[in-house]
Design a protein around this ligand. Structure first.
Ligand code: ZN
Length: 202
C-alpha cells in the first residue's frame, strides 16, 4: 500500500475538497466527483503535504485554518480565519471571550461565546423535542412518538414548524402532530383514530 497523500482539489468556484489519495490523478478524479464536476471541471489539484498527517481524513478545521483556509462561524456566520481581523467585539452582543477560532467536532466558531451559545441552542432543541414527544404520547394514550422536529430552540406554535411523527394502535400509517395545530392522520386511519381519541375532537 502506497501512503495516502493530501491534495486540495478546487473547481475554480466556491467548492473545494481535501482528498487523500496515492496520486494526483486519483485525487483529481475523486475530488471532482465529490464536487459534482468532471475531470475537466477541476480547476486545480494541489499537493498539501502539511495535511498528510490527517489521512484518511477528515482534516480538523483548525488545521485547515492554520493552513490559510477560512470558515464561517456556525453560530453568527462571521468569517473565521487565522488573523480574525474582521471580527470586532459588538458592544450590543454579550461576548465574554476574545475572537479566536474554536472547533467543536467539524464545526467552527469565531469565539468561545459563539460555541457556547450554539451548544445551548442545541440543548434547548433537544429538550423541546423531548417535551413534544412527551406531549404527543400523553395527548394520545397508547401512541408512540417516533420522531420530533423542533424549529429553533424551543416549542412554539407560531410558525407551525414544530411537529412530531407518531404511530397509534390500529393505525396503518404514521400520523403527524403539529404543535399548536393538531393531528394529521391518513384517510385510511381516520376511523381508527376517531374511535380511539374522539375526545380530542380530531
Ligand atoms: Zn461567531
Amino acid at each position: 500500500m502506497k501512503p495516502l497523500k493530501a491534495y486540495e482539489v478546487h473547481d475554480g468556484g466556491d467548492n473545494w475538497e481535501i482528498v487523500f489519495a496515492t496520486n494526483s490523478a486519483t485525487a483529481r478524479r475523486e475530488g471532482g466527483s465529490e464536487m459534482g464536476c468532471d475531470w475537466d471541471g477541476v480547476e486545480y489539484c494541489r499537493r498539501r503535504p502539511a495535511l498528510d498527517q490527517f489521512a484518511p481524513g477528515p482534516v480538523p478545521p483548525l488545521a485547515l485554518i492554520e493552513q490559510g483556509w477560512h470558515f464561517e462561524c456556525f453560530h453568527c456566520g462571521c468569517r473565521v480565519d487565522e488573523e480574525m481581523e474582521e471580527i470586532e467585539a459588538d458592544p450590543d452582543f454579550d461576548t465574554w471571550s476574545d475572537p479566536e477560532p474554536v472547533q467543536k467536532g467539524q464545526f467552527v466558531y469565531c469565539s468561545q461565546s459563539c460555541a457556547s451559545m450554539d451548544a445551548a441552542r442545541r440543548r434547548g432543541r433537544k429538550a423541546a423535542e423531548a417535551a413534544l414527544i412527551d406531549l404527543v404520547e400523553t395527548k394520545y394514550p397508547g401512541s408512540t412518538a417516533t420522531h420530533a422536529h423542533v424549529y429553533g430552540d424551543r416549542l412554539e406554535s407560531e410558525h407551525g414548524h414544530c411537529s412530531a411523527t407518531f404511530t397509534f394502535p390500529g393505525g396503518k400509517f404514521a400520523a403527524t402532530y403539529k404543535f399548536g395545530d393538531g393531528a394529521w392522520v391518513s384517510q385510511c386511519d381516520a376511523d381508527a383514530f376517531r374511535a380511539l381519541y374522539r375526545k380530542e375532537g380530531a
